[in-house]
Design a protein around this ligand. Structure first.
Ligand code: WT7
Length: 642
């Protein structure tokens, strides 16, 4: 039998099992000492903290690096100039394989300083919110770092979100400035970003200026008083810009993510704790060595892009590769060709991409070389053992360890992961907790599960990368994360721990669906469906999907005498308008009624089972107000199967 291993062949194994156990124990018995040391090692501080941490996690008053002063941009750019001025910081490749660009640390410094001055010239000050609605181009990273440099809070909105989504975020944050581009490009197709931004801003009176990057060069509508070309503005300012001294607990950014209600939540991350956590986890988990080329395929519009494409790598003076396109264009060899072209050593992607590429057959992979690869990573959803095996054997030629990293927008960085050289791999398991992390599995009565039964995954103690709050909604923060299991951080996931202490993540236990690794709230989709006049009620659940992991399944009740032609198309159009292209209905089931309890609650458990064609295992239906409703739904479900 082939030996399964997580041990790299080279000599750069930085740890062994005994050392891990020792460090882990120290990290949880004396977290202040542990994180104090890490903070000194990984980050340059203008003023050291007075206390490594203060407050009480159970009361949500915990703070890290109290009164410490630093600047995130300084840590990611300026401090590398002395030794790494000519080292590539960002390598960019466009959707078009013939377009690429390398930006050294020296060049990045100049661009970031200039753009920070552009923002200052527009009146942006510390604490102001700046929205970044850009494609995957270097200007996105430059804009984020420029905000960090002057203490402005950036909020990146993924370019695939619609103008409605953008509007909701702009209003919630009260942004004064939006940075966008004429268009973005994917698979050779153009997406009208500026036009989307214009539509969103119509209803956002606080937005005073829109800075526009000329990316494709196609004509855009221009609002003379409001719009500014990025390239013009960059010429008119100085290349020198001092950094703002920030408190460790000042906000670095807000990033929206889906929860169980219709309204997305603005996850707030601090400057000090977040930066320490991403810098330290990046180096430790990816085993980054100076000179390595690192590639994370995530978009900067998601937390993976923030933490492990930008802040983590740059805080370590690494070379980070940034890709505008998709894995299937121009061919299914694109990722592997890029790995050869740039001699990528560390590659971090999502199971959904791996599944798509595996589905297309091995030849797309095997015709490339990939000999530069040393380590592979995955994130975003559970990876099944067969997909893991394929990634290991075909992509990594059975010589690269895989890190299956479990974390969330809220956690800032990775919390559960294998460590290279330490954790013998179990394909499909995210393995063991990272330093300082104490996960627990909780049963339905709130009791800790000590054996291997599944339950709710919670985290017992604070860690520096944890979200500080939800933007302007502390109540939702406390309710959402600390009340399900009192005093512990509730992840929203189900998991179990096997007899060897490995964690197996089973997926979300709340009303969140992971579609192609994207986090989508069922509440958001339902409220989008209800914008369609003919719909009177809607309930959305997840169904298993071979490539996407999960798909969206909608049950709808319509108003009397409704024309049902093109129902799915109409509903998808509404979702696209309200949310964006990331959410598409896989199936719609038109039903007479939704199954409700006597108190009016929709029984989603039943809807999930029926969507998945599991009619035999419906369990107790006696609490339904009208049990016959179920028969009709099953009948309709079976009809679409035929
Ligand atoms: C949810 C968080 C963290 C970056 C990307 C996603 C799922 C994440 C794994 C993994 C199994 C995973 C969880 C989690 N998830 N990584 N390695 N194995 N599930 O961030 O959009 O905030 O989603 O993604 O369900 O709760 P996110």
């Amino acid at each position: 039998m082939r030996k399964k291993t997580n041990t790299p062949p080279s000599s750069d194994v930085h740890l062994n099992l005994k050392q891990y156990k020792k460090i882990y124990k120290q990290s949880i018995t004396d977290p202040n000492r542990f994180w104090g040391e890490q903070a000194k090692k990984f980050i340059s501080w203008f003023t050291p903290w007075k206390k490594v941490s203060s407050g009480d996690f159970r009361k949500q008053t915990k703070q890290w690096f109290v009164d410490g002063k630093l600047n995130a941009c300084y840590n990611c750019v300026d401090r590398h100039l002395e030794t790494h001025k000519d080292k590539p910081a960002i390598i960019w490749e466009g959707d078009d394989p013939n377009k690429s660009l390398t930006i050294t640390y020296g060049e990045l410094h100049e661009k970031v300083c200039r753009f920070a001055n552009v923002l200052k010239k527009q009146g942006v000050e510390k604490g102001d919110r700046v929205c970044i609605y850009l494609p995957m181009i270097p200007e996105t990273a430059i804009a984020m770092l420029a905000c960090a440099r002057i203490g402005a809070i950036h909020s990146v909105v993924f370019g695939g979100f619609s103008s409605e989504s953008l509007k909701t975020r702009l209003l919630d944050l009260g942004c004064k400035i939006v940075i966008t581009a004429d268009e973005s490009v994917r698979r050779g197709l153009y997406i009208p970003l500026k036009k989307n931004a214009d539509t969103a801003i119509q209803d956002c009176p606080k937005v005073k200026k829109v800075i526009v990057v000329k990316h494709t060069g196609n004509p855009v509508e221009w609002h003379k008083k409001r719009d500014i070309w990025y390239h013009d503005a960059m010429k008119e300012v100085d290349a020198v810009c001092p950094v703002k001294i920030m408190d460790a607990n000042d906000t670095l950014f807000v990033l929206y993510t889906s929860g169980s209600t219709a309204k997305p939540k603005g996850i707030v991350h601090t400057t000090g704790g977040y930066l320490v956590y991403v810098a330290m986890t990046f180096k430790t988990i990816f085993n980054y060595q100076d000179g390595d080329i690192y590639w994370c395929t995530a978009d900067l519009g998601w937390i993976t892009g923030h933490s492990y494409l930008l802040y983590g790598p740059l805080a370590n003076g690494a070379t980070t590769l940034m890709f505008e396109g998709v894995p299937s264009y121009p061919t299914y060899s694109r990722y592997w060709e890029m790995i050869d072209k740039y001699h990528v050593n560390i590659f971090y992607t999502a199971p959904t991409a791996i599944r798509t590429l595996r589905h297309e057959g091995d030849t797309w992979v095997t015709k490339t070389n990939r000999s530069s690869l040393k380590l592979l990573g995955t994130v975003g959803e559970p990876i099944s053992p067969d997909v893991w095996e394929w990634y290991y054997r075909v992509v990594g030629k059975s010589k690269c360890p895989i890190v299956d990293t479990w974390w969330q927008t809220e956690t800032g960085g990775v919390l559960i992961t294998p460590l290279v050289g330490v954790t013998p791999a179990k394909p499909g398991s995210a393995a063991w907790p990272f330093y300082g992390i104490v996960p627990e599995i909780i049963d339905e009565n709130g009791k800790i599960i000590k054996d291997t039964r599944p339950g709710k995954l919670v985290i017992k103690h604070s860690w520096p990368g944890m979200l500080e709050t939800i933007w302007h909604n502390r109540i939702r923060f406390i309710k959402g994360y600390f009340e399900e299991v009192p005093g512990k951080y509730f992840t929203g996931d189900n998991a179990y721990r096997d007899k060897d202490g490995y964690f197996w993540i089973l997926g979300r236990e709340d009303d969140v669906i992971k579609v192609s690794g994207h986090r989508i709230g069922t509440g958001e989709v339902e409220s989008a469906l209800l914008t369609v006049h003919k719909i009177s009620e809607a309930a959305v659940v997840a169904i298993p999907n071979e490539i996407k992991g999960h798909g969206i399944f909608a049950y709808v009740v319509t108003k009397p005498n409704t024309d049902l032609t093109d129902l799915k198309k109409t509903l998808n159009k509404a979702i696209q308008k309200e949310i964006g292209k990331i959410a598409v209905l896989e199936e719609v089931l038109h039903v007479k009624e939704l199954p409700k309890t006597r108190s009016g609650k929709i029984m989603r458990r039943l809807l999930r089972k029926i969507a998945a064609n599991e009619f035999e295992e419906l369990g107790d239906t006696s609490t339904l107000a009208d049990p016959s409703v179920i028969d009709d739904i099953i009948y309709q479900r079976k009809k679409i199967n035929d």
